[in-house]
Ligand binder design. Structure first.
Ligand code: SF4
Length: 698
């Protein structure tokens, strides 16, 4: 029978509300949910095409063992047996889960509980490591918690919006639509785009600063020094609510303007204009995304930005603050349950014995992990060198998306036991699995996600899962039971899991931790079914009023103060003459991740039909390449073949390549095969936007 449900888009971190309608004839149509606070009815091209991506071609319909169809019991018994055997023989750190920001919070919660509480290792990491872990690390250094202070509305209320390392128009399109509308209503609002490329986002900017790759620390250190010298520091706020200001300014002031110009590739006039605009505008929001996070200095970049907001007290109030834009639909939900290898559930710290003890008692867990686990790049290194004996990959395709992708593929191939839970049968990763487990996809699965502004929304099922596909949380819980932990994993529904997650967030919290949704700790199935989007925190017994954090100047470090971080400007990257170009990777407007869903829509694929490299006309001429030629890109790690797109939107010496395509859609198109496994030393996030390559006509 025809019916409509309110659900949430499964693509980017904007987290738009979607109304999905299933017709009597089985046809699905979607439209934006006018009541959802993220999008108020808007959708972008990807969200609008959701109904075109639901066909069952290529779906994984049944569990498989070694390529043959198996029953669920046999497959789950085998997974539990092989994981238990590895743990018995080699210890808990010999197994690992690599999961995804595509998981729902309930799936993520169970994966984290099983690994960190019952297996007793923290070897669970997620593709969110590749997305925004530098923001997490920067938040924790500055605020003592992984807290996004502001809300989307701040972009509409600001007088100045600085977008750095963010192609908002393509990567967070509905937020871009909201910003564009605000700018159209108030043309006096200023927008500054900081990006080596002149992206579509730069088209609405009052100022585009084509910064050198990784010039951000120098730029924001220079800004901090300028603010200190110009007298706009909020001395009262700095002295009452922060520490470390003098040292941060002293280090930032080591570079004078010519040196900042040299490090950023921007003229002194451009720097003066930007610094003056920031200095003289009270309502400033600085948004940052992968261009900041995916860097060997990603965490430092985040703190360099936050330093400038702390120094001016421009944080936590309407229309101002630093704002991390997450890539994936549930990167935030993953953080809330401790899906990163260096975090515990409910924003607790794995390094703190008090937090470990609280989680242990709440779960009744035998062995809470007492040290951080392997972060994504290190996890696959451990797979490669044989330390990981059993690996479970869920809802992600690391053979395409991890840096040094060829080496990752070789590692997975050589791993003694690999389980892949996915909706698609034949991905580059699934090909190497010993056990394949069919999962539910969007429209079939049911749970919650959290977007970039801390808004928790329901994803609701409106389709029956095909074949024998089952929820990811159920697969994990069944394995947990078979590993001997039955009482702790006896869930009947995702509603029960959400209620437990909410209860843990409030357990012995009393305002000491930012993440608290204990108002929902007793939620039952009916209330969960009808749950409307809400922003955290929602503390038990309180009326939800707080929309922003830190307006009161209270932070989550033990002394209640925020921290300035004194940041050294990184030296220039060592260059090899054999690899003269700097390669930057990123997204296109109409595809998502490795295209397993968006590649099904002819409309979406029609926007940019092939993998391409953006190259400046003079560079193209120098290597004898014309528009639409095939180009070979090579790094010390791998090679790819892409189509030349000659454009002066790209700076000379730099190349841009989208990261979506893989060998299923085009020959030798896995761009991450070129990407070096260089990571930020604090966050472990790979530096996917700055590597050296050579290019030539095929
Ligand atoms: Fe989906 Fe993001 Fe587009 Fe919204 S902006 S419809 S969440 S892809």
């Amino acid at each position: 029978m025809a019916h409509e449900v309110k659900t949430t888009c499964p693509y980017c971190g904007v987290g738009c509300g979607v109304i999905a309608r299933l017709g009597d004839d089985g046809a699905v149509s979607v439209k934006g949910d006018p009541e959802h606070p993220a999008n108020f009815g808007r959708l972008c091209s990807k969200g609008s095409a959701l109904a075109e991506t639901l066909d069952l071609d290529g779906r994984l319909l049944h569990p498989e063992i070694g390529g043959r169809r198996a029953g669920w019991s046999e497959a789950l018994d085998l997974v539990a047996e092989r994981f238990s055997h590895a743990i018995a023989e080699h210890g808990p750190d010999s197994v690992a889960f690599y999961v995804s920001g595509q998981l729902l919070t309930e799936d993520y919660y169970i994966a984290n509980k099983l690994m960190k509480g019952f297996i007793g290792s923290a070897n669970i990491d997620t593709n969110s490591r590749l997305c925004m872990s530098s923001s997490v690390a920067g938040h924790r250094r500055a605020f003592g918690s992984d807290t996004v202070p502001g809300v989307y509305e701040d972009l509409e209320l600001a007088e100045l919006v600085v977008l750095t390392g963010s192609n908002l128009a393509w990567c967070h399109p509905v937020l871009y639509q909201r910003l564009s509308a605000a700018k159209a209503n108030r043309p006096e609002m200023k927008i500054v785009v900081i990006d080596p490329r002149r992206t579509m986002t730069a088209d609405i900017a009052d100022m585009h600063l084509a910064i050198s790759p990784d010039g951000d620390v120098a730029l924001f250190n220079g800004l901090l020094a300028h603010l200190a010298a110009s007298g706009v520091i909020d001395r009262n706020y700095v002295s009452k609510c922060t520490s470390g200001f003098d040292e941060a300014v002293a280090v930032a002031s080591r570079l004078d303007l010519p040196a900042v110009s040299n490090a950023t590739g921007l003229t002194q006039a451009q720097l003066r204009a930007f610094y003056r605009l920031f200095e003289t505008t009270e309502n400033v929001v600085t948004c940052y995304s992968q261009g900041v996070n995916q860097s060997a200095a990603g965490t430092d970049k985040v703190n360099a930005i936050i330093n400038c907001h702390l120094a001016t007290g421009r944080i936590g109030r309407p229309g101002m603050g630093p704002f991390s834009l997450t890539g994936q639909p549930n990167a935030m939900g993953g953080r809330e349950v401790g899906g990163l290898a260096n975090m515990l559930a409910a924003h607790m710290d794995i390094e703190k014995s008090l937090h470990r003890d609280q989680v242990r008692r709440f779960w009744g867990a035998p062995a809470v992990a007492n040290k951080p686990g392997l972060k994504a790049v290190d996890m696959f290194r451990a797979v490669a060198d044989g330390r990981i004996k059993a690996l479970w990959i869920m809802a992600t395709n690391p053979v395409v998306s991890m840096p040094d992708a060829d080496a990752v593929e070789a590692a997975i191939k050589a791993c003694p036991f690999v389980v892949v839970s996915d909706i698609v049968r034949d991905t580059d990763t699934a090909r190497h699995a010993h056990v394949l487990l069919p999962s539910l996809g969007w429209g079939e699965k049911d749970g919650t996600v959290t977007n970039s502004e801390r808004c928790i929304s329901r994803q609701r099922a409106f389709l029956r899962g095909p074949g024998e596909a089952r929820p990811d949380w159920w697969q994990l819980a069944e394995v947990g039971k078979r590993m001997g932990f039955a009482p702790a994993f006896a869930y009947n529904s995702q509603a029960e899991i959400f209620a437990e997650h909410a209860a843990l967030s409030g357990f012995e919290n009393n305002g000491r931790r930012d993440f608290d949704i204990s108002a929902h700790a007793e939620i039952g199935g009916t209330a969960y079914d009808g749950l409307k989007p809400f922003q955290w925190p929602q503390t038990r017994g309180s009326t939800p009023q707080q929309r922003r954090f830190f307006a009161d100047g209270r932070y989550f470090h033990p002394d209640g103060r925020a921290r300035f971080v004194a940041i050294e400007v990184p030296g220039p990257r060592r260059r090899d003459a054999a690899f003269p170009f700097t390669l930057n990777t990123g997204r296109v407007r109409d595809h998502w991740h490795t295209m397993t869903r968006t590649g099904r829509s002819a409309r979406l694929s029609g926007h940019l039909a092939e993998p391409f490299v953006e190259i400046h006309p003079r560079d193209a001429q120098a290597i004898g390449v014309s528009g639409a030629d095939l180009v070979t890109l090579e790094s010390p790690h791998g090679a790819a073949i892409v189509r030349a797109l000659v454009t002066d939107r790209q700076a000379e010496g730099n190349l841009f390549v989208p990261m979506h395509w893989n060998d299923q859609f085009a020959s030798r198109a896995r761009i991450d095969a070129l990407v070096a496994p260089i990571t930020d030393p604090v966050s472990g996030q790979p530096a996917s936007k700055h590597m050296t390559v050579r290019a030539g006509r095929l």
